[in-house]
Design a protein around this ligand. Structure first.
Ligand SMILES: [Zn+2]
Ligand SMILES: [Zn+2]
Length: 334
């Protein structure tokens, strides 16, 4: 079979590999769609401390189980299921969390073997009727977005700012709409990408510069109830805190580069305005199941966010489209 393997930063190769056998408790999947995301672009450029090369990449996986033909979607982040955090239901912060495409070979391949520990934590979800494999693969990033918005308490009546108009930002706009947000403002410094995203997800306003002033203006000086940073930008995080309303919630959804993770924070804004700042670290198996349900019910439409469908040998083109912001969601069809 063909696979896309990471060997070193800047070195991803399309190679022939033997079909992997499934051991006891494991499932072998014929991958139909594995979507790319910003993380893949980051791995391509810098590598990742959890990836010991060579490794088949790809963590947004949907396909059919070999043998039964069952249509399934696979989680990306694998909680251990047994540690203190897992036993308290805090699966997204499991300190022993592993990931498909990092610790285990991923979905940029014709076949992938799902480890027994994924099956054990209910990490293989049935894809509902009417949901395509491409959409099902996007349930994984949507699950992460769902985790972020439930931690930030996005709900009816909220004015929500989403900073970053990439695929994750688009999913945040769609989900905030589904959760009953009042108005949603989409921010990006790349005006071209912002226009492309806005055309699809229809925020109530777009902002491409001077974000803090613009949000204050749009909210009559009050600020936004929820601000979500969907960009690896410390500047965006600093702005997010400054544009939050009293008792507002700020989600540092996107992480920062590991060599540049420190921002300047006016602690008195947090103190006097009673702000809440939350993080978000992937998603739980339950978030994935819920994301699939939201897609199946039409509450969150994702099919139109898939702007490019490419065969496996064009993985690098896909990663390039993602990093240059010329695509929203690129899915690989091995
Ligand atoms: Zn991803
Ligand atoms: Zn755990």
């Amino acid at each position: 079979m063909k696979v896309a393997r990471f060997h070193a930063p800047g070195d991803i190769r399309i190679e022939d590999a033997p079909e992997p056998p499934a051991g006891p408790g494991e499932l072998k999947i014929r991958v139909r769609n594995c979507s790319t995301c910003g993380t893949d672009a980051k791995i391509f450029r810098y590598g990742h401390h959890h990836i010991r090369p060579p490794r088949v990449m790809g963590h947004e996986i949907a396909g059919e189980v070999v043998g039964t033909g069952a249509r399934v979607q696979v989680i990306a982040a694998i909680p251990c299921g047994t540690c203190v955090e897992c036993r308290r239901g805090r699966l997204t912060v499991c300190p022993r969390q592993e990931s498909m495409g990092y610790h285990y070979d991923g979905g940029f391949a014709e076949y992938v073997v799902v480890p027994a520990k994924v099956v054990a934590v209910n990490g293989v979800n049935a894809v509902p009727d009417g949901v395509g494999y491409g959409e099902a693969s996007v349930a994984e990033p949507l699950a992460c977005v769902l985790n972020g918005q439930s931690l930030a308490g996005v709900g009816p009546g909220d004015d929500v700012v989403v900073m970053g108009a990439g695929p994750i930002g688009c999913l945040h706009v769609r989900l905030a709409r589904a959760r009953g947000a009042s108005r949603i403002f989409l921010v990006d410094v790349n005006a071209e990408r912002l226009a492309m995203a806005a055309e699809l997800v229809r925020p109530d306003a777009v902002i491409d510069s001077d974000a803090v002033a613009q949000v204050l203006k749009l909210t009559g000086g009050r600020g936004a109830d929820v601000v979500i940073t969907a960009a690896a930008s410390g500047a965006a995080q600093e702005q997010a805190v400054r544009m939050a309303a009293r008792q507002g919630r700020v989600s540092f959804f996107g992480g920062l580069p590991k060599d540049d993770p420190v921002i300047a924070l006016d602690a008195n804004l947090v103190h006097y305005r009673e702000l809440t700042i939350v993080g978000a670290n992937g998603s739980s198996p339950a978030h994935n199941a819920e994301a699939l349900r939201l897609v199946a019910e039409g509450a969150v439409v994702v099919s139109d966010l898939i702007t490019h469908r490419l065969p496996l040998p064009r993985v690098l083109d896909g990663i390039d489209l993602v990093s240059t912001g010329k695509a929203i969601k690129v899915t690989i069809e091995p």
